[in-house]
Design a protein around this ligand. Structure first.
Ligand code: IVH
Length: 672
């Protein structure tokens, strides 16, 4: 394909892919299968790499993430980002409405919208093209987080339709969809990692992450509700939002009552009451309703206070809360031995569901609440989705209610519970004898994201454990038809399926087998990193703490956990048996082939941000060429590969030790 043809194809693919994104993420009516989308995207990636000069700065290929932002530049807002005065009282909303009516003589019209509980964002478009995205910051200046916002597919890279102004700023809210948030926490729970507290803070943390790849993975979403431009867009707020919708922005819609024109306080109250009830059905969090004067001229007449407009107010919903009796507290034991206290409650109706249990987090929380059995407790359903106990209704406390004593022993195996310094959770350390942990580890081993063993479920694992047929995961590979058939409810067909599923799992790649064996803190991502770095469990087992920390994003906590795991005789025995059975504990050489010896015997330290490669990519290239990566500069380091914003201490140390400092292009020459 010559350059001209390539350019034409790139232009077309760019337009088509952006259109598919719009159909899928804004209209929720997919126009193409995921597979076909990926195929087109790959084609575009390929063409762009062959003809980089033809690639668009806002190409759909940039939406998959990968850009690293070391420091988010501070940017002054073109229009200050104000806040809203807000209130929990309906009387104040009534007062707001009558004040507004008095200050202007004409008929009033208001627009009611949801108050999205996310992070405010201001996105600028120049000639219809995405230009930058800036956080609210202090209202006057915010941080440019463009690389991360680009990965949010509901935000167009290019406006659609006609009448597009030269310059436009659109404002709205970025949030974590609830289903994605729940899935993320479920994953973290499975990986034995601390859970995220709520969607809002997690969205905020995600948007400030330096690695846009992670942002893309998380699947944030957005709603846009404010339009600013040097030229007039429309006479009213409602019409400009509608216009923004035509331009391809994800805006609130009249059809689903997420935006509504109201002419009276009664209509406003109807909107509030409707959403106070219905908000629990949404896949995102709203913490209230915003009421805005619709007409722009009337808005100007009403003006502003120092911090907020007089033409708008937010009504905040009260968090859904009820009081009910605390019947009991039990303790759950996770597969890593972490103990979670659970409150058992007299069933009570809360925000659309019947609640019988609530989370108590840990022992500190119980002490803080000063809980007694039989207390009436307040239960709240907020951002956490799982309801939590927020307080005690002291007026209902019985005179001699017993002070609550936290469990001293594991409810499953009676081992004394330990709380390590700096950790909030208690742990049962009897990992080899605590049945719940043993069963939990095996259930994790067979799970979909791990060995994905078809034909066996969590109950079967429990049954086989109770029957004495399984004591650890390696026993799975020694099960026989004769052992299984006599078991209750075990038909011949299911036995065949089970054994077939087990056999097939032997083909599962190393990174998933590594995740499956359940090393604490080694979740899916970490397992992938370790597998790709070390290529085999043998090399991973031989790694020192420094070797482990040298792998991108592996810290001390994970390194220690890995070392401890491989020091344990039982772990080693299980790994041996699994290896003998044929489980993949290495990546076949041809998969990381392309190996050279160009950097053999050379040791590198990578620091800073690079133009053409991510740090992970550089590390992989060094390894592929026989070199070694280490985390810190020492007398043994041969090269310091220096990118932008490299830490000054690293440079000083390298200079002192006379380690050669090389740039990205020097490095490219070395491996060319
Ligand atoms: S309008 C000048 N509309 O609430 C007023 N804000 O407390 C501009 N928010 O910073 C804001 N949903 O982050 C507006 N439908 C909505 C909103 C909304 C959520 C947030 C926004 C703002 C904060 C004000």
């Amino acid at each position: 394909m010559n350059k001209e043809e390539a350019k034409r194809r790139i232009d077309q693919l760019t337009i088509d892919l952006e259109e598919h994104n719009y159909q899928y993420y804004v209209l929720s009516t997919p126009s193409i299968s995921d597979f076909d989308f990926d195929t087109l995207l790959k084609e575009l990636e390929q063409l762009e790499s062959e003809h980089p000069e033809c690639a668009h700065s806002n190409s759909p290929t940039k939406r998959v993430g990968g850009d690293i932002t070391k420091k988010f530049p501070s940017v002054v807002h073109d229009y200050p980002m104000l806040s809203l005065s807000n209130s929990y009282s309906k009387e104040e909303i009534t007062e707001f409405e009558s004040r507004a009516r008095k200050m202007t003589d004409a008929d009033m019209e208001y627009v009611c919208e949801l108050k999205y509980d996310g992070l405010a964002i201001a996105i600028k478009y120049v000639n219809g093209e995405f230009n930058r995205a800036v956080t609210r910051g202090d209202g006057t200046k915010g941080e440019d987080i463009s690389a991360n916002v680009r990965t949010i597919k509901a935000i167009p890279m290019r406006m659609r339709g006609t009448d597009i102004p030269d310059e436009l700023e659109i404002r709205g809210e970025i949030f974590f969809p609830l289903d994605r948030f729940l899935a993320l926490n479920k994953q973290r729970e499975e990986d034995g990692e601390q859970l995220y507290a709520n969607p809002r803070n997690t969205a905020s943390g995600t948007l400030k992450n330096q690695n846009s790849l992670l942002v893309a993975e998380r699947g944030l979403d957005s709603f846009l509700y404010g339009v600013y431009s040097p030229v007039k867009i429309a006479d009213t707020h409602f019409d400009s939002v509608k216009k923004a919708g035509d331009w391809g922005f994800n805006v609130p819609k009249e059809e689903n009552n997420t935006i509504k024109k109201c002419k009276s306080i009664d209509e406003i109250m109807d909107f509030i009451n409707y959403w106070d009830e219905k908000r629990h059905d949404l896949n995102f969090e709203v913490d209230g309703v915003v009421i805005k004067v619709n007409d722009y001229i009337q808005q100007e007449d009403l003006g502003y206070t120092a911090k907020s407009p007089r033409w708008a107010i937010a009504y905040k919903f009260k968090a859904a809360e009820v009081s009910t009796e605390l019947l009991d507290v039990t303790y759950q034991v996770g597969r890593t031995g972490a103990i979670t206290p659970v409150a058992h409650l007299a069933p009570v109706h809360l925000a659309g569901t019947t609640v019988k249990r609530a989370s108590l987090h840990n022992s500190d929380q119980i002490v803080k609440l000063d809980l007694r059995l039989g207390d009436h407790v307040f239960v709240e359903k907020g951002g956490e989705i799982i309801p939590k106990v927020t307080g005690v209704e002291l007026s209902k406390r019985k005179p001699n209610a017993e002070v609550f004593v936290y469990a001293a022993q594991c409810p499953e195996c009676n081992t004394e519970l330990i709380r390590k310094e700096g950790e909030a959770q208690h742990y049962c350390l009897n990992d080899e004898g605590c049945p719940t942990q043993i069963v939990g580890r095996m259930q994790h081993f067979i799970s979909r994201r791990a060995m994905d063993i078809q034909g066996i479920g969590s109950e079967t694992i429990e049954l086989l454990y109770n029957e004495g047929l399984l004591t650890d995961m390696s026993d799975l590979y020694h099960l026989t038809t004769n052992q299984l058939l006599p078991l209750e409810r075990m038909a011949e067909k299911s036995v065949v399926n089970m054994l077939e599923g087990i056999e097939k799992s032997k083909a599962v790649p190393f990174e998933r087998a590594l995740f499956a064996i359940g090393i604490r803190y080694v979740g899916e991502t970490v397992a992938k990193k370790l597998a790709r770095h070390f290529h085999s469990i043998e090399r991973l087992m031989a790694a020192s703490k420094e070797d482990l920390i040298g792998v991108d994003e592996i810290g001390e906590r994970i390194a220690i956990s890995v070392l401890e795991f491989f020091q344990n005789e039982n772990s080693l025995r299980i790994i041996n048996r699994l290896t003998e059975a044929g489980v993949q504990f290495e990546i076949p050489e041809e998969q990381w082939a392309g190996q050279t010896n160009k950097l053999s015997g050379q040791s590198f330290v990578i620091s800073g941000v690079f133009e053409r490669y991510s740090r992970d990519e550089l590390k992989a290239i060094i390894e592929k060429n026989g070199g070694k990566n280490t985390g810190s500069v020492s007398g043994k380091t041969n090269y310091l590969l220096a990118g932008e914003d490299m830490g000054p201490s690293k440079r000083a140390k390298a200079e002192k030790l006379e380690v050669q400092i090389i740039s990205e292009s020097d490095f490219e020459k070395m491996i060319a």
